[in-house]
Design a protein. Structure first.
Length: 281
C-alpha cells in the first residue's frame, strides 16, 4: 500500500484556537494526524501533566511547544523576567515531550529605536537559556517573522538573520523554525535554506491571503487560498536536509469559527493537494 503523504503532518493548536486540548487531540486522532504542536496557554489550562497524558493517550507526537522568546525589554528587570519565563517554558516543553520550543524573539522595546540593540538582547537572552535547554533536552528554535512584525513581535525577520544568531550555539541546542507565511517573500530564501542544514528545527505552513485584515496577525489562510508555492518550499526544505514534521499553523477568525472536524479535514486535504508529493513516504 502506498504510504499516506500526510503521515508527517502536524496540527499546530493555533489553527483550532477556540477548542480545548481534549477536543483538539480527539479531532487530530479522528483525522488521522499523528502530530500536534502545543501552545503554553492550553497546556496551562489543562495542567501540564494532564496535557501530556491527553496527547499520549490519543497516540499523538508533540512536535513543538509555542512559544518562548520576547527577550527584548527596555529594562534589566523586564529582560530578567523574560529569561525566567523562558526557563519555565523549556521545563514545560520537556514535561509534555516537545523536542522544540519556538522562540518569537520580541520587537523593538517601547520608546527605543535601537534595532541593532534589540537584536543583541535576543542573542544575549538565548545565550542565557542554552544551558537550561541542554539540561532538559529541548531545542530552541528561532522563528523569523515577516518584517511587518519587526516593531512589536520579532526583530528577526529573515532566515539568514535567524541562522546568523543560531550559529553562536551548538545546532543540537539552537535551530530555526521556518514558517512559510513569514519567509515566502524573501529573495535570499533559497540560498539561506541551502546553508541551513541541521539548523532546521521545524516547518510551519499557512497561506498569504489578500486583503490583509486590520489585525495582520490574523491574516493567514488555509494552504492553497493564497499565493505561496508550498510544494516548492517543501522540496527546498527536504533538499536542505529537513526530514521532520510539518505543522499547519493558521491564525484566522473565520477558520476559528469553523467546526474543528471541518478544519482538520481541510488541513489534511490541502496538504495532500498543495504540499506532499504524490506517493511520498
Amino acid at each position: 500500500m502506498t504510504p499516506d503523504p500526510a503521515w508527517r503532518l502536524s496540527l499546530n493548536q493555533a489553527t483550532t484556537r477556540p477548542l480545548r486540548l481534549e477536543q483538539v487531540v480527539r479531532c487530530c486522532a479522528e483525522a488521522g494526524l499523528q502530530g500536534i504542536g502545543l501552545w503554553r496557554e492550553s497546556v496551562d489550562e489543562a495542567g501540564t501533566q494532564r496535557a501530556a497524558r491527553l496527547v499520549r493517550r490519543a497516540g499523538l507526537t508533540v512536535t513543538s511547544l509555542c512559544r518562548g522568546g520576547f527577550l527584548t525589554d527596555a529594562t534589566s528587570a523586564g529582560r530578567a523576567a523574560a529569561i525566567e519565563d523562558n526557563r519555565r517554558a523549556i521545563e514545560q516543553a520537556a514535561l509534555v515531550g516537545a523536542p522544540v520550543l519556538v522562540l518569537v524573539c520580541g520587537g523593538v522595546p517601547a520608546g527605543s529605536r535601537d534595532l541593532a540593540g534589540a537584536r543583541q538582547m535576543v542573542s544575549d537572552g538565548i545565550a542565557e537559556l542554552v544551558a537550561d535547554a541542554k539540561a532538559h533536552g529541548v531545542r530552541l528554535a528561532i522563528e523569523p517573522l515577516h518584517p511587518m512584525f519587526c516593531a512589536d513581535r520579532s526583530v528577526v525577520s529573515t532566515l539568514a538573520q535567524a541562522l546568523a544568531m543560531a550559529d553562536r550555539f551548538p545546532s543540537a541546542l539552537v535551530g530555526v523554525m521556518l514558517d512559510a507565511y513569514h519567509v515566502w517573500w524573501d529573495p535570499d530564501l533559497d540560498d539561506s535554506l541551502a546553508q541551513a542544514g541541521q539548523r532546521l528545527a521545524g516547518f510551519q505552513l499557512s497561506d498569504w491571503v489578500l486583503p490583509l485584515p486590520a489585525d495582520t496577525l490574523l491574516g493567514r489562510g488555509h494552504i492553497g487560498d493564497g499565493c505561496i508555492d508550498f510544494r516548492g518550499l517543501d522540496s527546498a526544505m527536504r533538499t536542505a536536509g529537513y526530514d521532520g514534521w510539518t505543522e499547519v499553523e493558521i491564525f484566522n477568525e473565520a477558520v476559528w469559527k469553523a467546526p474543528g472536524r471541518q478544519t482538520l479535514q481541510t488541513v489534511v486535504e490541502r496538504y495532500r493537494l498543495h504540499v506532499a508529493s504524490p506517493g511520498a513516504p
